[in-house]
Design a protein around this ligand. Structure first.
Ligand SMILES: [Zn+2]
Ligand SMILES: [Zn+2]
Length: 724
């Protein structure tokens, strides 16, 4: 033993000498027993000299040598390290075996899939990698893709290599859908569902179906979507049992967390109302009058007749949605009408006023608790804010026509103007509600009119210094918009995984609308849709009309109170009472007044909010960008027209003019024009230092602002589009 240990230590010391940076000896390293596993610790330059040595005839026998650490060959190690050029060298010069397997049967292709590197994947396939290889667990390429959770990989193999055996199972009877559900990859699950030919009822070696696994992961929305597949046939998954006689409900019965509670409540309801239970003698316990799903060991059981209202889940979903839409109406307008017409009309003003105020506090409480999506398991978009706006209009108009308006004065110019304004405002609201923000259903178009494909994106982005050939993460994330001092590659392409399309900034995907929107600005909760290229102008006009309408309403309420007070003073003078009237007295003279004051406050609040939103929007529109895609760091310094205050104002007015009066295409072109100008100016000339700061840059990296890095040569060439 002692001899062995010293021997081992000697070898290690020997290896340390060989691997030291000073006298690195590739050929000596190849002959040690630690080859090829020692490649793991070498840098790119050292790896390169090893590969060069392997190309020599003397060492060609070592090219396919498997190391003791998992049985990886040099090719495997280069795939693990993402060394594109060295993989190519091993394949071309050294004639490495492209399909050699490691101990678990991983081929180099599987390693590249695990690394999510589409560049090395494509390289291996070009050199004849076996697409139908399986590892020792009988897992195919589809399974390895599923483990990464990347839609882009699955899409690549399906589109370019016709791999579409998505129901393929491994040794554990697991399909890609099982793996995606067990790991919680929502995007991948949605991709698989959309393929259309997935077998949802496949069971793995434990008898679990995809719903068991999705429930275990707490993917409430995915669970809901899964059961809606195959025209509702997949609802049978709910009663499906695994080898331990457990339904999906039983699997999560002890899990903590709101998402599990949501799934449990929903499963219980579905089982009760839709009878997915397997009715037979064994499932019915006569003593307790209870039905079981599948077997008596399952906890998903219902007592016959305990469900008093036969509301199914679909009905509950609608109820949730409509409640949110009309909750403001219920809390705001209806109490006022009841107060006014039903309970002692014209009396008990003080009590009614206090009750009224309490309701508004309740309304505020409800408002604060709202989220982007409904709490129902379907997670639909929450219509609360749309309801808020609609109900505010209803409140304003009804208070105007019921309380404020003196019908003797109705046909005066002032009142008719107000009616006209309200009509216009409603029309704008209707238009903006039904508008198309500029949905992108097609991929971005090349100059010759054809669409970009994933492969074009790979070719273009391979040159980019940010991503290069190391990873595909940034292929699916749109490039960052600010904080760059390098030329911007135009068009800035990215792959939208939910849409499976190649898009170009400033297009962005909206998760709530589930589509890509051209020149995306933001998703507006108050109109329930995105604001983008095609409805941005309409949205701004709507904001303007909202500002005017709210101001007119406040003015109207003010004049009403003023004349009411005047009237009180006049009538009191007759009685020779006090001269001044207390505001509180005016307020609680009538319940109507409480209502008006609250409306006054809400309208004032809306004016402030809308005003700031409006100015914020104008700021970016005048710069030719959107609030989502902000100008690059040096935009102002490098744009010659922005160098003087006068030039800056003219430039901004020009952009606003384009925004208001020119077509959508010119507005989109404006963005690209700005980016091209920006690219040109930072590469061709030195910017002049500014004497004032017209554009606040707090959001951006301050360090990179201090100094402009000018590339030595003209790097513009590097960024020209070159597809061939
Ligand atoms: Zn999209
Ligand atoms: Zn949206």
């Amino acid at each position: 033993m002692a001899v062995d240990t010293t021997n081992q230590i000697d070898k290690m010391q020997q290896l340390a000498v060989i691997m030291s940076a000073k006298n690195f000896d590739a050929s000596a390293l190849i002959q040690t027993e630690f080859f090829p596993d020692c490649l793991q610790n070498l840098n790119t330059q050292q790896c390169k000299s090893v590969c060069e040595a392997l190309a020599e005839p003397n060492y060609s026998s070592f090219v396919n040598k498997k190391g003791p650490l998992g049985g990886y060959t040099p090719l495997h190690w280069m795939c693990i390290k993402n060394e594109y050029d060295l993989i190519e060298m091993l394949l071309v010069k050294c004639k490495a075996d492209i399909n050699s397997c490691a101990n678990l049967g991983e081929s180099p292709l599987f390693i590249c899939i695990k690394n999510c590197n589409l560049y090395t994947i494509e390289l291996l396939i070009q050199h004849g990698a076996d697409l139908y290889h399986r590892d020792i667990y009988n897992r195919s390429l589809i399974h390895w893709c599923a483990y990464t959770g990347k839609v882009i990989l699955m899409y690549y193999f399906e589109k370019y290599h016709s791999i579409n055996n998505l129901n393929d199972v491994d040794q554990f009877q697991q399909s890609a859908l099982h793996i995606a559900c067990a790991s919680g990859f929502s995007d991948l699950i949605m991709y698989l569902i959309d393929r259309g030919d997935i077998d949802f009822f496949l069971k793995d070696f434990n008898g679990n179906n995809c719903l068991h696994m999705a429930a275990k992961c707490g993917l409430s929305r995915i669970c809901w979507i899964l059961t809606k597949q195959n025209k509702g046939q997949c609802a049978k998954l709910i009663g499906d049992m695994n080898n331990q006689s457990q339904t999906p409900f039983d699997i999560i019965r002890n899990e903590k967390g709101s998402q599990y509670k949501k799934i449990r409540d929903w499963l219980r309801l579905e089982a009760k109302t839709n009878k997915y239970l397997l009715y037979n003698e064994n499932n019915y316990d006569k003593k307790s009058d209870t039905l079981y799903s599948g077997s008596s060991s399952s906890l998903l059981k219902i007592k016959k007749g305990t469900f008093w209202l036969n509301w199914n889940d679909d009905f509950k979903m609608r109820l949730d949605w409509y409640t949110r839409l009309f909750v403001v109406l219920i809390l705001f307008v209806i109490p006022m009408l009841i107060n006014r017409y039903l309970i002692y009309p014209g009396e008990l003003s003080l009590i009614k006023g206090i009750v009224g105020f309490t309701t508004y506090i309740g309304l505020f409480y409800v408002m604060v608790g709202q989220r982007h999506r409904c709490t129902h398991i379907s997670a639909y978009q929450n219509p609360f804010y749309v309801g808020l706006i609609v109900n505010l209009f209803i409140s304003n108009y009804s208070s105007y026509y019921l309380i404020i308006l003196d019908y003797n004065q109705f046909f005066t110019l002032l009142e008719m103007t107000k009616v006209g304004l309200a009509l216009y405002h409603n029309l704008f609201f209707y238009w903006v509600l039904t508008s198309d923000p500029g949905k992108c259903k097609e991929s971005h178009k090349k100059p010759d009119g054809t669409s970009y494909e994933l492969r074009d994106l790979l070719k273009l982005n391979a040159k980019d210094s940010k991503g290069g050939k190391d990873s595909i993460d940034w292929l699916t994330d749109p490039p960052s918009f600010g904080g760059t001092d390098k030329p911007i590659q135009l068009p800035q392409l990215f792959f939208c995984e939910p849409c499976l399309k190649v898009q170009a900034v400033p297009t962005k995907h909206c998760k709530l609308c589930e589509c890509c929107v051209s020149k995306f600005d933001h998703h507006c909760l108050f109109i329930g849709k995105c604001v983008g290229l095609k409805n941005h102008r309409l949205f701004m006009l709507f904001l303007l009309s909202a500002l005017i309408s709210c101001t007119v309403f406040i003015y109207t309420v003010y004049t009403y109170f003023y004349s009411f007070n005047e009237g009180l003073i006049a009538s009191n003078k007759d009685k020779k009472d006090e001269d001044k009237i207390d505001f509180i007295y005016v307020l609680f003279t009538s319940t109507d007044h409480v209502w008006l004051v609250v409306l006054l406050l809400i309208n004032a609040f809306i004016i402030i909010m809308v005003f700031f939103l409006f100015m914020f929007q104008i700021k970016f529109i005048s710069l030719g960008y959107t609030s989502q895609i902000r100008p690059p760091v040096f935009f102002v310094q490098t744009n010659r027209r922005m160098q003087t205050l006068f030039g800056s104002v003219i430039h901004r007015l020009e952009n606003i003019f384009t925004f208001l009066f020119e077509s959508c295409d010119s507005n989109l072109e404006l963005y690209f024009k700005q980016q091209r100008e920006y690219n040109l100016s930072i590469t061709s000339e030195k910017p002049i230092a500014l004497s004032y700061d017209p554009y606040p840059r707090d959001n951006f990296d301050k360090k990179s602002n201090t100094q402009l890095l000018l590339p030595k040569e003209n790097p513009n060439k590097q960024f020209e589009i070159d597809l061939d």
